[in-house]
Design a protein around this ligand. Structure first.
Ligand SMILES: [Zn+2]
Ligand SMILES: [Zn+2]
Length: 213
């Protein structure tokens, strides 16, 4: 492995809610973030790669639909913030709300902690605790790549909804301002839905974030 070499980042929407999945890879190894649906498509994009870990930004149904199948296929651990266990337990209820099939349940082996630094294929990956959209929402920051995977906290020109159980609008705004807008302006943001953006653009133009931090 070459130190400092950048990671390959495959970023693509899955399922009826077009939840963005990220596959980060290097030297035949991969980490999958938010495998929300369409296991077959994920698997085909993983050709030649061995998955080492599955990371979840949170446990809404559109972000976790293919976790069980992927986990079984590669025999890997799943990491998530424990505050979102309530959403995991509510998957059958979430399925009713969204008229989706109930996803196969899975276990979480690794409880992510705020400010934990993970090894992402040889690079540091910071766990930023960004609750508000859900109680255990996290974002994954890769300083060497100048990227943050923001889940449903921050979108291009918008922010996550807070009308679902455990949602808290004020908390979400605080999370975004304290944990995300404080990242370098050039940091690319890869949200849970929609197109990528940058911290600089959202700091200046996101209509939900105007006003004092
Ligand atoms: Zn969500
Ligand atoms: Zn979502």
């Amino acid at each position: 492995m070459t130190p400092g070499a950048s990671l390959r980042h495959d970023f693509f929407p899955l399922g009826p809610f077009e939840c963005n999945c990220s596959i980060l890879s290097r030297d035949g190894r991969a980490i999958v973030i938010d495998p929300g649906d369409e296991f077959d498509q994920i698997l085909s994009r993983l050709a030649g790669l061995t998955v080492e870990r599955i990371l979840l930004t949170h446990a809404h149904i559109d972000h976790v639909g293919a976790v069980a199948a992927l986990k079984r296929h590669f025999g890997v651990a799943v990491a998530m913030h424990p505050e979102d266990r309530s959403n995991l337990e509510m998957l059958p209820v979430q399925a009713q709300w969204t008229r989706m099939p109930v996803p196969e349940s899975f276990t979480v082996e690794h409880d992510l902690a705020s400010n934990e630094i993970l090894d992402c294929l040889g690079q540091p990956m910071h766990v930023l605790f960004t609750p508000g959209h859900s109680p255990g929402s996290v974002s994954f920051y890769l300083p060497e790549e100048r990227k943050v995977i923001s889940g449903d906290a921050l979108f291009r020109g918008s922010i996550g909804r807070t009308d679902l159980p455990g949602g808290d609008h004020e908390l979400l705004i605080r999370s975004i301002k304290r944990k995300l807008l404080t990242l370098p302006a050039e940091t690319e943001v890869f949200p849970g839905h929609g197109e990528p953006t940058t911290i600089g653009v959202e700091s200046q133009k996101n209509p939900f974030l105007s006003g004092r931090a």
